[in-house]
Design a protein around this ligand. Structure first.
Ligand code: PMP
Length: 400
């Protein structure tokens, strides 16, 4: 008998299941708005022009160490600049930041979860309801009990801040971890306003909850890096925190797996200890992170001109997504589709939480071959001028 016959069956991750279903659909009008991947106006992957130019420069340099191992914490020029992108140039550096290169944002979340599991021994980690589907997987793999705080107000298609604060205040225990999406919340596209962030920070301080930010979309929410990391820098001025950072989306480097994990700590005494633990975990997990993606990001961030070209690319992506939101909204209004669709305009970043029910999502797929996640989450960059009208018609058909 096999050693594995006792295993239960785990269904394929919803994103990959949707992709497989889509690939098998013979329809010529089919559209997929599933995973968070940017597509250009023609519906194809967009390699950022700045990245393309840097790639050529790196290839021409033909460095002899290009396949050597990096050190365990990663490529230092990358880690330094990644930290500045997220935390800004800090006037007060009395609280040190430890930064480690990771396998994308996923690796940063996982390394962060493992470290916090062993160092804080939290009674639970608190995730937003709903959150990125992988958060629960990551934190439970790290052996931490997963609980959810209210986030999405279904009725008003907005942030349920009062219940979020109430639940954390009454039910979370000191030393618990609270995962917060730094910007462009996945899947709802709804972020707290600054005054609301201040209340969340106050509660974390009062109840001694440890904030862990997940920042996968910096630049995608507003088109401006500093606006999108405002919550992180605000919390950083008040307390210790952790942050997972991804360059998958804002540099379009999905497959290169470029990310970083940061911990802001009280003093240099903790800095050495936290660093030691992170490197020990990293060594056991991946030994050293990969070189190429980090090199590309570092080259761009270290040069003022390249950096500005990159910002232009980020703005271009962010503005195209806003434009698609407006076009989809306009089409729905023109069709007189039942319901209020204003949330498509007010939500930000890559996703819209449409409010479509599971049955409506299923009907869109069956009737119109338009694929979105069961939760009703739609990935906006999959829209373009050629399919936006068709998608609006599919929504219209499904809700009538
Ligand atoms: N966190 C969130 C909220 C995400 O949406 C994603 C990507 N979908 C990640 C982390 C992971 O990013 P990466 O692809 O860099 O691992």
């Amino acid at each position: 008998p096999s050693s594995f016959s006792h295993l239960d069956e785990i269904p394929l991750d919803p994103h990959y299941a949707l992709k497989e279903e889509f690939a098998a659909d013979p329809s010529s009008t089919k559209v997929i708005l599933g995973s968070g991947i940017y597509r250009d106006g023609e519906g194809v992957p967009w390699i950022l022009p700045t990245v393309q130019k840097i790639e050529k420069q790196i290839a021409a340099a033909d460095e002899s160490d290009r396949y050597d191992y990096l050190p365990i914490p990663g490529y230092a020029p990358f880690c330094n600049k990644a930290q500045i992108i997220l935390f800004g140039y800090r006037k007060d550096e009395s609280m040190p930041i430890i930064s480690v290169q990771t396998i994308g944002g996923t690796g940063a979340n996982f390394l962060g979860a493992r470290f916090l599991a062993e160092s804080l021994k939290p009674s639970a980690v608190w995730l937003s309801d709903p959150s990125w589907v992988n958060h629960e997987n990551i934190w439970s793999s790290a052996g931490v009990k997963v609980k959810y705080y209210p986030y999405w107000d279904k009725e008003n298609k907005s942030l349920d801040l009062e219940n979020m604060l109430k639940t954390l205040d009454q039910e979370a225990k000191p030393g618990d971890v609270v995962v917060l999406h730094a910007c462009a919340h996945n899947p709802t596209g709804v972020d707290p306003k600054r005054r609301q962030w201040k209340r969340i920070a106050e509660l974390c301080l009062k109840r001694e909850l440890f904030p862990f930010f997940d920042c996968a979309y910096q630049g995608f929410a507003s088109g401006n890096l500093d606006n999108d990391s405002w919550a992180v820098t605000y919390f950083a001025s008040k307390m210790e925190l952790g942050a997972a950072q991804s360059f998958s989306k804002n540099m379009g480097l999905y497959g290169e797996r470029v990310g970083a994990l940061h911990f802001l700590v009280k003093s240099p005494k903790e800095e050495a200890k936290v660093k030691g633990h992170l490197l020990h975990l990293q060594r056991g997990q991946i030994s050293q992170p990969p070189r190429r993606g980090a090199k590309i990001v570092a080259e761009i961030l270290h040069d003022r001109a390249w950096f500005h070209w990159w910002l232009r690319d980020v703005r271009k992506m962010s503005f195209r997504m806003k434009d698609m939101r407006e076009k989809l909204h306009k089409e729905l209004v023109a069709l007189g589709t039942p319901g209020d669709w204003g949330h498509i305009l007010t939500q930000i970043g890559m996703f819209s939480y449409t409010g479509l029910s599971e049955e409506q999502v299923e009907s869109m797929k069956k009737e119109s071959h338009v694929y979105i996640l069961k939760s009703g989450r739609m990935s906006i960059p999959g829209l373009n001028n050629s399919n936006v009208k068709y998608v609006a018609q599919a929504i219209d058909k499904a809700v009538r």
